[in-house]
Write a protein that binds this ligand. Structure first.
Ligand code: ADP
Ligand code: ADP
Ligand code: ZN
Length: 215
């Protein structure tokens, strides 16, 4: 299964990708997680990316294209992968298409999660993220079993710097301007499966599995 999860910040891409990873045994490739790890380690790429991420803008295309190209060559991607948060611009989508062609691979589907703006803000302001493994929770909609502790690894849950309301609004504008054209892009390619992402996590999950059965 070779999949892209598309949707605005807070749509539920990471949450659903984690579930799909467990279900299908294929890796989740989250450019956001990879970039945050690079920032934490203080690598040259992380230093370059940090200011764009803090401001709620996009990291330059060539940086993220390079990350994904390298990641897709790893053997764990042979049987499939879930791209979460990539592509985010038309040039990224074009580069992915060339890259997959070179690897002799084809996408099976692009699942887009549709969620209202106010719900996105509520989800992102209440999101808490594991400092260690990156897993996401929500203070009301998906709380951890123990307050502020990750169910998966016991790590500390924190609020991401860019999950503050002002930066959230900026990220949503960036999505509308630069990423939303990809919905038509993949519809034209005959790959798009649009889902109602407003429902509860397990309902969205079920819809997603039903949609993927058909591909
Ligand atoms: P969210 O899950 O809230 O949408 P991500 O974790 O995917 O956020 O991304 C966090 C930040 O990392 C983005 O705001 C952006 O600065 C950067 N980023 C992640 N993926 C990309 C990408 N494909 N292109 C450019 N920047 C990216
Ligand atoms: P994305 O990766 O698209 O930015 P996340 O999967 O991190 O989004 O979800 C954003 C926040 O919303 C998280 O706190 C998550 O627990 C919560 N969330 C995800 N899906 C739903 C849903 N269907 N209903 C309510 N909250 C959700
Ligand atoms: Zn964790």
């Amino acid at each position: 299964m070779k999949l892209i999860l598309l949707g605005p910040p807070g749509a539920g891409k990471g949450t659903q990708a984690t579930m799909l990873t467990e279900k299908f045994g294929i890796p989740q490739i989250s450019t956001g997680d990879i970039l945050r790890a690079a920032v934490k380690e203080g690598t040259p790429m992380g230093l370059k990316a940090k200011s764009f991420m803090d401001a709620g803008g996009l990291v330059p295309d060539e940086v993220v294209i390079g990350i994904v190209k390298e990641r897709l060559q790893k053997p764990d991607c042979d049987t499939g992968f879930i791209l979460d948060g990539f592509p985010r611009t038309v040039p990224q989508a074009d580069a992915l298409s060339d890259n997959l062609k070179d690897l002799g691979k084809e996408l099976d589907a692009v699942v887009s999660l549709e969620v209202d703006v106010e719900a996105l803000v509520e989800r992102l302001t209440g999101r808490r993220t594991c400092k260690e493994c990156g897993r996401g929770f929500h203070i009301s909609f998906d709380p951890p079993k123990v307050d502020a502790v990750c169910d998966a690894c016991g790590g500390e849950l924190i609020q991401r710097d860019d999950d503050k309301e002002e930066t959230i609004r900026k990220r949503l504008d960036v999505y509308n301007e630069q990423t939303s054209p990809l919905v038509d892009y993949y519809a034209d390619a005959g790959l798009l499966q649009a889902l109602d992402g407003m429902q509860q996590i397990d309902v969205v999950q079920k819809q997603m599995l039903d949609a993927l059965q058909a591909v």
